[in-house]
Design a protein around this ligand. Structure first.
Ligand SMILES: [Zn+2]
Length: 121
């Protein structure tokens, strides 16, 4: 886990959609639908990274360490570095994390769709 839920400091003025909040929470906590988590929940046999296939697919791996070309390029483009340490990723603005997640396809992996859609009831 990168941070705990109480550490997720969303600026008061920030207005994020429900989908953006879902992406940010998934990216910055263990509450996500990445393959390692699905494997822990016995929902998937595969826990390896969809991009490099070498490490467990977890937020911290995708955000800071994965060496897959698409992640390296977008990490540099949006976050300003090829790799990050845990303490450094905390300083990256949330808007940049969202752009990184969208451009790499990670956002789609984090947009968990519940089995029952309570919004239409
Ligand atoms: Zn990887």
């Amino acid at each position: 886990m990168i941070i705990g839920p109480s550490d997720l400091r969303i600026p008061v003025k920030a207005r994020y959609s429900k989908a953006d909040m879902r992406i940010l929470v998934g990216l910055l906590t263990v509450h996500c639908t990445l393959k390692d988590k699905l494997h822990q929940m016995k929902k998937s046999d595969d826990r390896l990274c969809s991009y490099c296939g070498k490490e467990r697919e977890r937020s911290e791996h995708l955000l800071m360490k994965c060496k897959a070309p698409i992640l390296l390029a977008n990490r540099m483009k949006h976050l300003g570095s090829y790799f990050f340490l845990d303490k450094d990723i905390r300083d990256v603005p949330l808007d940049k994390l969202l752009r990184f997640a969208r451009d790499t396809g990670i956002a789609k992996k984090l947009c968990y769709r519940p089995i029952i859609d309570v919004s239409q009831e």
